[in-house]
Design a protein around this ligand. Structure first.
Ligand code: NDP
Length: 296
């Protein structure tokens, strides 16, 4: 049975479904079917990015779905190679063109570019313009640490609605979460079930096999992935789990019929290792991560 997804209110009054489907590393030829499977079971939010190379297929699946474009909250990200005021305005045209829409629900900067923060700020100014012109319904950032947010807020006119960051039981970034909360910025968890950790060496290979999480899952007759998603939702975060498999896509959405106890939530809070799985945000440079985003 399809559930109504609870919304999270953004700081500008827009509403965002709290759970969305992520499509990072979803190959273009599998994207349409993954998005269609998600929309079928009730997802109303898709998180893509210019850098993922699958915006076109996301758009196609959304337009072909029963509810059509109007029923879906579309989120995408500007890649660092397109930072700068004019460049980012043009990047919007590229993304909107591939998605086949004339308005994007949430447009965010994929990374800060600490080595050239001026370009990051110019890109953000372009997002503010797009918001004022009605081209997007909300704007935000991703992988912004406290220092980046502080520098941004010193210059920005509009507080970002969302900061999408690596966040799962093994890496919780409490200082970024606290800063976001203090400024009315929604924390959106990427790798919400710890996807980025699955290939990590060492003792805690996968959050899916963590004994604390497995035990909680068993006591609720739920899966470890469902427990992690529930944990995020109960702490007020937005989640965007990725899968290409219809069974898992449905499983990850089936998280609205149980509740973790305060004790269980605290036990998962206690699993933070402080160890990042993804790239260090301060190490992002155009030289190492830049690449051309094709025209629509
Ligand atoms: P997730 O935590 O969503 O984990 C995805 C992995 O878990 C995939 O390998 C998937 O495999 C597997 N999986 C999914 N559901 C289940 C399940 N129920 N049981 C067991 N395994 C499962 O990690 P991601 O890194 O993909 O992050 C999610 C989304 O966050 C991305 O798709 C993207 O939208 C966003 N993101 C943003 C980043 C940024 O810099 N802003 C960086 C990274 C991600 P399979 O597909 O085979 O099911």
């Amino acid at each position: 049975m399809a559930h109504e997804v609870p919304d999270i209110a953004l700081n500008n009054g827009a509403k965002m479904p709290s759970i969305g489907l992520g499509v990072f590393q979803t190959p273009p030829n599998e994207t349409r079917s993954a998005v269609a499977a998600a929309l079928d079971v009730g997802y109303r939010h898709i998180d893509t990015a210019a850098a993922y190379g699958n915006e076109r297929e996301v758009g196609e699946a959304v337009h072909a779905s029963k509810g059509g474009r109007a029923a879906v909250f579309l989120e995408t990200k500007i890649w660092i190679s397109d930072y700068g005021y004019d460049e980012t305005l043009h990047a919007y045209d590229k993304s909107a063109g591939k998605l086949g829409v004339d308005q994007i629900d949430l447009l965010i900067l994929h990374q800060a570019l600490p080595s050239d923060f001026g370009r990051t700020l110019a890109a953000y100014r372009a997002l503010e313009t797009l918001l004022k012109n009605g081209k997007v319904r909300a704007i935000g950032v991703s992988n912004f640490m406290v220092e980046h947010l502080t520098n941004l807020l010193a210059k920005a006119e509009i507080v970002p609605a969302v900061n999408q960051i690596e966040l799962h039981p093994y890496f919780q970034q409490p200082e970024v979460q606290a800063f976001n909360a203090e400024h009315g910025i929604v924390t959106q968890a990427w790798s919400p079930i710890g996807g980025i950790t699955f290939y990590r060496e060492g003792e805690h290979t996968s959050t899916l096999e963590d004994p604390t999480i497995v035990k909680i899952a068993e006591s609720h007759s739920k899966s470890p992935a469902q427990v992690m998603l529930r944990w995020h939702l109960q702490e007020g975060r937005s989640v965007i789990p990725k899968s290409t498999k219809p069974r898992r896509i449905a499983e990850n959405f089936d998280v609205f019929d149980f509740e973790l106890t305060t004790h269980e939530v605290a036990a998962i809070d206690g699993l933070d290792t402080g160890k990042r799985g993804g790239p260090e945000p301060d190490a992002i440079t155009l030289e190492s991560f830049g690449r051309e985003i094709p025209e629509a």
